[in-house]
Design a protein around this ligand. Structure first.
Ligand code: 0X9
Ligand code: ZN
Length: 512
């Protein structure tokens, strides 16, 4: 696929502050990298490279001089394209003033006002909810749309936009969907039925701080605006911060990377806000909108070749939606593997049939394209909202897969903690609580009562033996507690002989 960053019409309408951002905003530019196949794409993702597009034998990345040099040293052939962030910025920042508006694109303030106006105009159908506050203290708003009588259970669908700051169209589509549902209610038979028989939660801006930064300071900005504890490099990639199989795949431990995963799973207020909403609502299906590439992606993202028990259903729903927006349906990892994205969490943890749209052919298309992308994608979303009445995700991964990944996660988290010099007593809260949660989950899944046949302990034992010493050390607290549980079991009235034997197995593992 060819990159065409067409001249953007809105430039004349946007005025920006240039100076303060530039010290930290590197001179990013788009470049192409030749790749021989999957392994190369995976290697790039694991180097924390910001991948914009994957084509046949070539990957388009957002890079900067120092990173290009590193990639070249790693053996990649990197060719800069003509489009640099500096040139984009020059067009966006003609006079150094803060933006009053972003032309036809919504600013954060405009989007919030529009949501409140819609709720006010349709009090029986729509309600604004404050999901939480961003790192810089801005409200993350959701619009809940439903005409179902209070208390009636209806299938719920989530549509979210703006995880990544420079993906402006991803705000427009959720807002257009809200307009469609509320504007045509009572006039259009299908829309009226869908609003009455579903609850649609719309979050146009998950990352308000990043959105504002991109619209007023630096158009190519991707992440949120976490100050990373005073680090010169700001921002965490919200789409590497969700907690399912959180680790290092396709992400970076370095705050200066555009795919920096943060100090721990769900370390960011914006991902916490979505987590709370998703765990409370239990959506049947959801779409998180990104750009660009004209793709509809479905789980898994965190690794190749994972079992997805709902693959056929994802493909069917994906094809249904693609009829309307012209996207290609793909498993996320087939684009490139990356952990910590929204869809893996939504599906893996909350059993929502979760899709990631990658709309458009560039990060910020011309304003003249907004209407078309909104119309096509609204139709695609309506197809999913319709289908949500009759579908359900089937299952979660089997215990062996889950256990293996928890173990890897534990080892990874322990590694990050060590790098940061964190101890149980002092360290990033998100990291410590993630360590704690992961250990507790492992224990809950392997405790004597959950493992009558002993196959979970056998799995754990195989995992521990396959680990190198530092990773095994991360497992020790779990092994120790499990051993105590079996010792207690062995000395209990039931006096299971098998329990003593299992305690001995654990002793052996602890002695490795
Ligand atoms: O890398 C991302 O977070 C998404 N692409 S974007 O260009 N919008 O940044 C893709 C997320 C889906 N997951 C994978 N492709 N693994
Ligand atoms: Zn994105």
């Amino acid at each position: 696929m060819k990159i065409t960053l067409l001249p953007v019409l809105l430039m004349s309408l946007v005025a920006l502050v240039a100076a303060p951002a530039l010290a930290e905003a590197p001179d990013d530019y788009l470049a192409t990298v030749a790749v021989a196949g999957r392994t190369d794409v995976e290697r790039l993702a694991n180097l924390g490279v910001d991948i914009a597009e994957v084509g046949d034998g070539v990957v388009t990345i957002v890079t900067r001089p120092a990173d290009q040099a590193q990639l070249e040293a790693a053996g990649f052939a990197v060719t800069p394209t003509r489009e640099s962030a500096a040139s984009l910025r020059a067009r966006f920042a003609p006079d150094g003033k803060a933006a009053a508006d972003a032309g036809l694109y919504h600013t954060y303030a405009e989007a919030c006002a529009e949501m409140r106006d819609l709720a006010q105009a349709h009090p029986k159908l729509a309600k604004v909810e404050i999901l939480g506050k961003s790192f810089e203290g801005r409200e993350i708003l959701a619009l809940r749309i439903s005409g179902a009588p209070a208390g009636k259970k209806v299938p719920k669908v989530l549509v979210a936009g703006m995880h990544h700051a420079r993906e402006w169209m991803t705000v427009e589509v959720p807002l257009a969907l809200a307009q469609e549902l509320l504007g045509k209610y009572g006039k259009d038979e299908r829309i009226t039925r869908l609003v009455n028989e579903r609850a649609v939660h719309i979050v146009p801006i998950v990352n308000p701080d990043g959105h504002i930064w991109s619209q007023t300071q630096y158009s190519y900005w991707r992440k949120n605006r976490n100050d990373n504890n005073g680090n010169k490099a700001k921002g965490v990639d919200p789409n590497r911060n969700y907690g399912y199989q959180w680790g290092t795949v396709g992400a970076s431990t370095s705050p200066s990377s555009d795919t920096y995963h943060g100090t721990g799973p769900f370390s960011e207020p914006c991902t916490q806000a979505i987590k709370r909403l998703a765990e409370r609502e239990k959506f049947v299906a959801d779409v998180t909108i990104h750009s660009y590439g004209q793709l509809i992606l479905y789980p898994w993202s965190y690794a190749y070749n994972q079992n997805n028990p709902d693959r056929d259903l994802f493909l069917k729903l994906g094809a249904e939606m693609a009829k309307h927006n012209g996207c290609t349906v793909k498993e996320s990892c087939d684009l490139y593997p990356a952990m910590g994205d929204t869809s893996d969490f939504m599906y893996g943890q909350t059993a929502s049939l979760s899709f990631t749209y990658e709309i458009c052919r560039q990060f910020i298309p011309a304003e003249s394209e907004i209407a078309r992308f909104c119309a096509d994608n609204t139709k695609a979303l309506l197809a999913l909202i319709e289908a949500a009445g009759a579908v359900h995700a089937r299952a979660h991964p089997d215990y062996a897969t889950a256990l293996r990944f928890r173990a890897h996660q534990l080892a990874h988290l322990a590694g990050v903690a060590e790098k940061l010099g964190a101890t149980e007593a002092a360290g990033p809260k998100a990291l410590l609580s993630a360590l704690d949660e992961t250990r507790s989950a492992m224990l809950a899944e392997t405790r004597p009562a959950a493992d009558a046949a002993g196959d979970r302990l056998a799995e754990l034992s195989a995992i521990a033996r396959g680990f190198d010493p530092p990773a095994r050390a991360a497992l020790r607290p779990v092994l120790q507690e499990l051993k105590n549980a079996y010792l207690q079991e062995a000395s209990s009235a039931r006096g299971a002989k098998g329990a003593a034997e299992r305690a001995r197995t654990l002793d052996e593992l602890l002695a490795l």
